[in-house]
Design a protein around this ligand. Sequence first.
Ligand code: ATP
Ligand code: MG
Length: 395
Amino acid sequence: MYQAFLIKYAEIGVKGKNRHLFEDALVHQIVRSLRPVEGSFAVTKEMGRIYVQAEGDFDYEGALEAMQHVFGIAGICPVVIVEDTEFEDLARAAVDYVRMVYPEGRNRTFKIFARRSNKSYPKDSMQLNADLGEAVLYGCPWMKVDVHNPDVVLTVEVRQKIYLYSETIPGPGGMPVGSSGSAMLLLSGGIDSPVAGYMTAKRGVQIDAVYFHAPPYTSERAKQKVIDLAEIVSRYSGQIRLHIVNFTDIQLAIYEKCPHEELTIIMRRYMMKIAERFAEKDGAKALITGESIGQVASQTIDSLVCTNAVCTMPVFRPLIGFDKQEIVDVSTRIGSYETSILPYEDCCTIFVAKHPVTHPILKIVERSEKKLQGIIEPLVETAVDTAETVIVGDL
Ligand code: ATP
Ligand code: MG
């Protein structure tokens, strides 16, 4: 029954002169999301709106589902297109629409909201409101008019063809990816970092990712799990370049030379440094982590101070004020939870101390790191040079 969708967008409507950049990014993301969906679609910008029009048969549910992953979409309105624009045909189509979408059995109130952008149409919008309202009242006696607070607003847009719609299916909101630069996500196999990546992408940021593994202490399955997580996030964010860094020798060196209660914090600092190297390579301007204050010893404010001190780029921590349950809720909603909870080992947990410092002091940590001088630098270079890059998702 539906042949098109009208895309409603929220925030990008207020971007003034840059508005077309946001709209172009949104069109691009919609096209990307629909590529794997059965059918052929034309996505067009017309007078401050975006229409997705299907050519011939298409997978309606699949198209909706795909577009519900596109940031920047506030709502998706399935549209019926009336090709024959004679008033009689339009009236019949409006009645058929109401019968189909709001069948008899439940009394509802409605109003017609007509907009005539094709000024050569013989009836103006006021006349259309009145005449179509009458046709619907007559054809669907269970519907009543209420112009102030109707249950149903049937919009009738008169252009070269006529578009009918009344339903809005919510989109994910946010801003289209590609409209706000890019950032480098530190992606582990846990619950938090995929959510952090999702939330940053939701603000229009394109993301790439770094994962640190420690073979043979961590397995191929653990690595595959992170690739799978990147793929899940990429359904929303578009393509992710995932850099997989062999961190084993660095971890062993830290383990050998530094106080064990500082292992996690020092390791974290090296992760940040290396992540910055990949950010520079990919043109990303910030880092993203899944940290949340107080969640574990390495996420107290003192620990975050120590970790942050090695970074020259801003570090985005979108989950900083989230409780674990709130993170789990988002993770469940976006579809990463089931993968995140698979029980594969993480490189950080293998070398953890029994009693990690919870309130590390930067000066002391830096002094401990001095013991790595001369050993660690070539290991870092090797780790950067030998990283494997896996590309997930579509551009
Ligand atoms: P997550 O669920 O994201 O793994 P977590 O609660 O396990 O988080 P930590 O292990 O302390 O917390 O990690 C904090 C953050 O550091 C992670 O959210 C992630 O951004 C980054 N991180 C941790 N381990 C790795 C790793 N092996 N590779 C890449 N990033 C990592
Ligand atoms: Mg973790």
